[in-house]
Design a protein around this ligand. Structure first.
Ligand SMILES: Nc1ncnc2c1ncn2[C@@H]1O[C@H](COP(=O)(O)OP(=O)(O)OP(=O)(O)O)[C@@H](O)[C@H]1O
Length: 276
């Protein structure tokens, strides 16, 4: 990546690493991803500080979802590295990346519609431990203890998300916003170090949007690191400590929202209509 993609006023070093005090939990380092002749990610570089809320923004087609796919093991970058706590995670399978502590939600939530809310949550925890039927057969006592622990965490998490009154409803009966909360719940059951959310409030009604954002803030207050893609600039400005702007597959700017919002290249590329 050429160094001139980073804003000199953006709080990041020319190579995209942060110069703030906090350590970067997630490092995206020169990630390149081609689809045939199309370069969807072209040297994307930035860091996500531990216990921060970072927003990833950029026009349609900027390469944001592709980058999430490169971070979470759906795609292997053609070049560059993704590190969690200093350890490379690029090239691992999505399951392995999840087990390392990277949780992810999708634009369209992935829940099992034929399972109840409670079953969806418990299933996510079992997926994370990789428990097999054969293993369960040989360790019945341990499994009973683990199961009780899972159910207790399910109850606690549903209460936290204010979904406890829906515990025995089928996921198919939930609204879109409730399904997004359930998907967040499934991710929390995996106890991730960092949560990646792809447009968490898109298409969610205003009261549930507030609920979801409040839950994210609370998770962050408890030390959870969050990276989310969002098109709603009011949400980004109100809730993010740092913003990463992507354009044409590249990192255009990285920094605090109020600084990034005033970066002329960002305004030109993306924020033209935002009041400053
Ligand atoms: N699997 C794929 N095969 C071919 N091209 C792809 C694939 N996935 C993404 N692309 C292309 O890569 C570019 C970046 O797409 P991507 O979905 O990552 O952008 P985005 O910033 O997430 O956009 P949006 O905000 O619309 O979701 C686009 O030109 C897209 O058409």
């Amino acid at each position: 990546m050429s160094t001139d993609q980073q804003s000199p006023t953006d709080g990041s070093a020319p190579d995209g690493s942060t110069t703030d005090d906090g350590a970067d939990l997630l490092e995206v380092d020169g990630v390149v991803k081609h689809f045939g002749g199309l370069v969807a990610n072209d040297g994307v570089t930035f860091g996500v500080e531990e216990a921060s809320i970072t927003g990833l923004i950029g026009p349609n087609g900027a390469g944001k979802s592709t980058l999430f796919d490169c971070i979470t093991g759906v795609h292997t970058p053609d070049e560059g590295a993704v590190r969690l706590d200093g350890e490379p995670i690029h090239g691992l399978s999505p399951t392995k990346v999840a087990r390392r502590g990277v949780g992810r939600t999708f634009q369209t939530p992935k829940t099992f519609r034929g399972m109840t809310v409670r079953e969806n949550m418990a299933f996510a925890a079992r997926e994370q431990t990789g428990e097999t039927a054969l293993g369960a057969l040989f360790r019945p006592g341990t499994i009973r203890d683990e199961e009780a622990e899972i159910q207790a965490t399910v109850d606690e998490t549903l209460e936290f998300l204010k979904l406890d009154h829906l515990a025995d409803e089928y996921a198919s009966g939930l609204s879109g916003g409730q399904r997004k909360l359930l998907e967040l719940g499934r991710v929390l059951m995996m106890d991730p170090r960092i949560i990646l959310l792809d447009e968490p409030v898109a298409g969610v009604n205003p009261s549930l949007t507030e609920e979801l954002l409040a839950r994210l803030e609370e998770l962050n207050d408890r030390g959870r690191t969050i990276l989310f893609i969002e098109h709603d600039m009011d949400v980004v400005m109100a809730h993010c400590d740092r913003v990463v702007v992507m354009h044409d597959g590249r990192t255009l700017a990285v920094g605090p929202p109020e600084i990034v919002q005033q970066d002329e290249r960002v305004v030109e590329a993306y924020l033209g209509g935002v009041d400053r």
